[in-house]
Ligand binder design. Structure first.
Ligand SMILES: Cc1ncc(COP(=O)(O)O)c(C=O)c1O
Length: 410
């Protein structure tokens, strides 16, 4: 059975606690709160708020940042659709910035070029486990009064210039979807050092209950006489229901206890892949560049495939790798603005197929040519699977890579 290594008695014990407490929800139980406090302590943030995904997290962060109709939010061209779709969910306009061909992360210089008076936020993504280049982005944010929301869905415990991701931007978002370093099945969490953001994202995630606090998602803590009174006013803000169930938080507690090991394993397996490339002298597989002052926690081992220039087709390389026993190599997502939903403006409702009705800027067109580096890179990227139980389980996959390189020549 696949992935059984992920769960053991550690999770079960926490789950039993939740069930023994009568299977209550996150608005009254305390497993979410325990998980939030433990996660915040792990990354070194003041507050953490649990969510049902690493998409709803970012939606809430945008709302907390005050992003609304007609605002612009800068996101990288190379990311999952979520990073852009949450902007649309706030009736704001995603503006795409190009990426660096070596690190594959958002290019701060292109971000600078794309800032306008309508820009309200930036969502840098720490792609494949490598922290985005946050310092220049934070400087721009201070200069232009922008909010920086880290999308660290793939970068648990990654480090940037001595700081753990999740503590650098104004808010940060992590995913616990099942391929991530740690998982709650589906789930996510926001970290922040600012109380007002913690309150705002929590209310957004939990129907805008007035009783919610930065560090406490329980709404039934007030006196029963007040809570049960017909005159009781419950909601003081607008929100969705994006809460994490208590059972999922229990799984998260178990996973968090093992996170260091999971992260170390991914780093070790990435090292094994990289060694094979180096030892074979292969020049057409160019691993994602990790700057010296960063720790990449390798959600996946990302490589730029330059084999086409040597007459080796991307698909042929992948096919041979699978034949030799490797797991399928994933291509990168399509550049976001070239996805059907974006190119054909399938949002904002029927009355406005092309842009947000409240948008004051020049028409935004999602079409080829916006971010040339991302467009060129996208077709070259290869993602090698990295979430194995341990180095032993990964060894045959690493050997398959060695054989594939040998087959095509280094
Ligand atoms: C970079 C990035 N951001 C956000 C997400 C969204 O996370 P979730 O699947 O938990 O909604 C993902 C998930 O794959 C991701 O890779």
């Amino acid at each position: 059975m696949k992935n059984t290594w992920r769960f053991d008695d550690t999770e079960l014990e926490f789950i039993k606690e939740v069930l023994a407490s009568d299977f209550i929800s996150s608005t009254s139980g305390n497993m979410n709160q325990r998980f939030e406090q433990a996660f915040a302590a792990k990354v070194g943030a003041e507050f953490a708020v649990t969510f049902n995904s690493g998409t709803s997290t970012m939606h809430a962060c945008l709302a907390a940042a005050g992003v609304g109709p007609g605002d612009e939010v800068i996101v990288p061209a190379l990311t999952v659709i979520s990073t852009a779709s949450v902007v649309l969910h706030q009736n704001a306009v995603p503006i795409f910035a190009d990426v660096d061909p070596e690190t594959f992360n958002i290019d701060p210089e292109d971000v600078r070029r794309k800032i306008t008076e309508r820009t309200k936020a930036i969502i840098p993504v720490s792609l494949y486990g490598l922290p985005a280049d946050f310092d220049p982005l934070m400087e721009m944010a201070a200069e232009h009064d922008l909010v920086v929301i880290e999308d660290d869905a793939q970068a648990h415990l990654a480090r940037y210039r001595g700081r753990t991701v999740g503590t650098i931007g104004h808010m940060a978002s992590f995913s616990f979807e099942n391929s991530k370093h740690m998982t709650t099945g589906d789930g996510g969490i926001v970290t922040t050092n600012r109380r007002e953001y913690a309150v705002a994202v929590r209310k957004f995630a939990s129907l805008g209950y007035a009783a919610l606090q930065a560090g406490d998602g329980r709404v039934r803590k007030i006196a029963k006489d007040e809570l049960q009174d017909p005159d009781y006013i419950r909601h003081d803000s607008f929100g969705w229901n994006y809460r994490m169930p208590e059972v999922a938080a229990a799984v998260g507690m178990g996973q968090l206890a093992k996170l260091d090991r999971y992260v170390a394993t991914r780093i070790e397996i990435a090292r094994m892949y990289r060694r094979v490339i180096q030892d074979s002298g292969c020049s057409y597989l160019v691993p994602q560049k990790t700057p010296d002052d960063c720790v990449n926690t390798y959600y996946t081992f990302g490589v730029r495939f330059e084999g086409e220039a040597r007459g080796i087709a991307w698909r042929d390389f992948r096919k041979k790798y699978v034949e030799f026993g490797g797991d399928g190599i994933y291509a990168a997502w399509q550049v976001v603005y070239l996805e059907d939903v974006m190119r054909n403006y399938r949002f904002y409702g029927k009355g406005c197929p092309h842009r947000c009705p409240l948008y004051q800027g020049p028409p935004v067109q999602y079409k080829p040519g916006l971010c040339p580096t991302a467009e060129e890179l996208q077709g070259k990227l290869m993602q090698f699977v990295n979430n194995y139980r341990d180095a032993r389980e990964a060894q045959p996959k690493v050997e398959a890579l060695a054989r594939t390189i040998e087959y095509f020549g280094g």
